[in-house]
Write a protein that binds this ligand. Structure first.
Ligand code: ZN
Length: 262
């Protein structure tokens, strides 16, 4: 009744305030670094795969709340660039190369040393068909950036040597840290070895195996002039990424143009 109304009103207010402030399961705040949207994510790209080895130490993991300075995240032009990580892979890379050739576009391949050792012929084909190379570490050690500088350097050099064993005069202008788990140390070592640190600006999270149509929509929705798009041709089943490619590439060509990173 009437005298009770203010009390009920007050109770409602308290409940509303509590829900608003304390709800930990609610949607993330716009700028919460822990839960960025797929298009802007700096996520772990780690998925279990036969090509990856168990880290030698208990996982250090959580890192990138803030990225170090000096990363390449856009092409610097209006055109967008495609990057493919974790190969070369015997099952998926040849099919991807066929698709890129059919679409008359070139891309950047961020290769693992361990994969190059297995498939030097595929690396030669990548280079022969006009694509760009990027060192992606020896075996995808997500915590490489926090290991001693000598260990970081040895890993990058070993990968570089494997690339040059397959293609002696290969240019490797970029390094990409596995999982985007950059540290200032790894950026510095890469620079000392003549490589720019290549991040990305569009991540459809194809490593988590969404459908082809989801991959395509995520890329199209997030792409802006100059975007660097992160995709994978290795590290697991890439059927959906491959299936997404024709439409995805056509849309990017139409909206922005696609150019290899330089
Ligand atoms: Zn990777």
């Amino acid at each position: 009744m009437r005298p009770r109304a203010p009390l009920g009103y007050l109770l409602c207010l308290v409940v509303l305030l509590a829900a608003g402030c304390g709800g930990s399961d609610g949607p993330p705040e716009a700028n919460a670094p822990s839960s960025p949207p797929p298009s802007a994510a700096l996520p772990p790209e780690a998925t279990p795969s036969p090509t990856r080895t168990v880290p030698p130490e208990p996982a250090l993991r959580p890192l990138p709340a803030k990225l170090p300075a000096g990363l390449v995240r856009t092409t610097g032009t209006g055109r967008v660039a495609l990057t493919f990580d974790d190969g070369p892979d015997a099952a998926w890379t040849p099919q991807l190369l066929d698709r890129l050739k059919a679409a008359k576009v070139t891309a950047t391949f961020c290769v693992l040393g361990i994969q190059v050792r297995k498939h030097p012929g595929l690396l030669r084909r990548i280079v022969r068909e006009g694509h760009q190379l990027c060192n992606h570490s020896w075996n995808h050690d997500l915590d490489l950036g926090r290991r001693p500088v000598a260990v970081i350097r040895a890993d990058l050099v070993r990968t570089d040597k494997e690339i040059r064993r397959a293609v002696p005069d290969a240019e490797v202008p970029f390094y990409r840290q596995p999982g985007g788990r950059w540290t200032a140390h790894v950026v510095t070592v890469a620079r000392q070895l003549g490589m720019r640190s290549l991040h990305w600006s569009v991540d459809p999270q194809d490593w988590a195996r969404p459908t082809a149509s989801v991959i395509q929509k995520r890329v199209q929705r997030a792409a802006r002039p100059g975007s660097v798009v992160l995709l994978h041709d290795g590290g697991g089943n890439r059927a959906a990424t491959l299936a997404a490619c024709p439409k995805l590439i056509a849309a990017l060509k139409r909206d922005h143009g696609i150019a290899r990173l330089t």
